[in-house]
Design a protein around this ligand. Structure first.
Ligand code: MRU
Length: 356
């Protein structure tokens, strides 16, 4: 297991000048290694296998992916029209990696639009390349700032001393480096509060057990991992002050898609009178999706359910159901914490729309 400490915010994704460099989250917490994606195929594969994951982090990685696309086209000696076609093709390829997190499509659109505007203004190859990189870095920086702002907005909801239950990983590793649900915990800790985090292990890919536990330990915050099914007991015993999760997409009516297992937590929180908060930057809000019913839920390979790291534990021949996300209805969400503040129901789309 790695005890390496990372600078905070975490260097989740970066442009090196020739590759998109990612922390390989499939290897944590065993080892802290970086993965250099030198082609669009390599980056697409890294997103598909969750080497980079979490809605905002996927968006930032894909934004740098369009920088990579341009870089590769220039290195191959392509002219401006061919470079533009390459950008369209690679945007489509990256958009096809994972369907649920809206940040992916949002970031690709922003960077692509910036390039199209530069091309339309008659910019040369080098200038368009600089424009792409500037826009990707802006998205990266904005995400860190959004995490800090939503953390500050959300920490006021927590007691001076208490416990937060979270699911999956909505921390520094899932964003440009600061976090959403865990951003609230980091901000509370910075404000002098003593917060203990209960982290659902998060079957089947164990983002809670592997990543949330690792990053909180890395930051010196006390954390206890529990099997997902133990959350009911914890809540019933009155040991949780707030449940806070991230989101992959928030529909216009406030319904929120997040890692499978989030919806049952919201039901349990309501049953036990504990507030259930969704923490997400405005880039996770999709005004074009009216309700959660319209959100495409990624279905992942059944082998993720059948076994772990090559060892099968279900009988050969049985089927497996493996949706990666579920939708929590807005009526179960006590409040949505964004960088603009804490929004309570009825959710007013105007106050939640992306500001940038
Ligand atoms: O499949 P993953 O690991 O990408 O799922 C991640 C989540 O569900 C996170 O909670 C969500 O993206 C919010 S991250 C700030």
């Amino acid at each position: 297991m790695t005890n390496d400490r990372l600078p905070f915010p975490f260097p989740v994704a970066a442009w090196t000048g020739a590759s998109v460099r990612l922390i390989d989250q499939t290897r944590l917490p065993v080892e802290l290694v970086f993965r250099d994606c030198r082609t669009i195929d390599e980056l697409g594969e890294a997103i598909r296998v969750l080497a980079v994951r979490g809605a905002p982090a996927i968006g930032v990685a894909a934004a740098y992916g369009l920088v990579l696309s341009w870089h590769l086209g220039v290195a191959a000696g392509e002219d401006l029209p061919a470079l533009g076609r390459g950008l369209d093709r690679d945007r489509e390829a990256l958009a096809a990696t994972r369907p649920t997190a809206v940040n992916l499509f949002w970031a690709l659109r922003r960077v692509h639009d910036a390039a199209v505007a530069a091309l339309a203004s008659g910019a040369d190859t080098a200038t368009v390349g600089e424009t792409l990189l500037r826009e990707a870095r802006t998205i990266h920086d904005e995400d860190i700032a959004m995490g800090r702002a939503l953390g500050r907005a959300g920490e006021a909801l927590l007691p001076d001393e208490g416990a937060v239950l979270t699911h999956c990983n909505a921390g520094g590793l899932a964003t440009a480096g600061y976090g959403t649900a865990l951003g609230v915990v980091y901000a509370a800790t910075e404000a002098g509060k003593r917060i203990h985090v209960y982290a659902d292990e998060t079957r089947p890919l164990l983002q809670g057990a592997r990543l949330t536990a690792w990053e909180l330990q890395n930051q010196g915050i006390p954390v206890t991992v529990l099997p997902d099914v133990a959350a009911a007991t914890l809540l019933r015993q009155g040991r949780v002050d707030a449940v806070i999760t991230g989101a992959d997409r928030i529909a216009a009516n406030g319904d929120a898609a997040n890692k499978i297992g989030t919806y049952p937590l919201a039901v349990l929180a309501r049953r036990h009178g504990v507030p259930f908060y969704v923490a997400a930057p405005s880039s996770t809000i999709d005004p074009d999706t009216a309700t959660g019913d319209e959100i495409e839920i990624e279905q992942r390979h059944p082998d993720e359910i059948h076994g772990h790291r090559g060892e099968r534990f279900t009988p050969e021949g049985v089927a497996a159901f493996n949706p990666a996300f579920d939708v929590t209805p807005a009526e179960l969400i006590t409040a949505i914490i964004t960088e603009s503040g804490v929004v309570k129901p009825p959710y007013d789309l105007d106050t939640l729309l992306p500001k940038c």
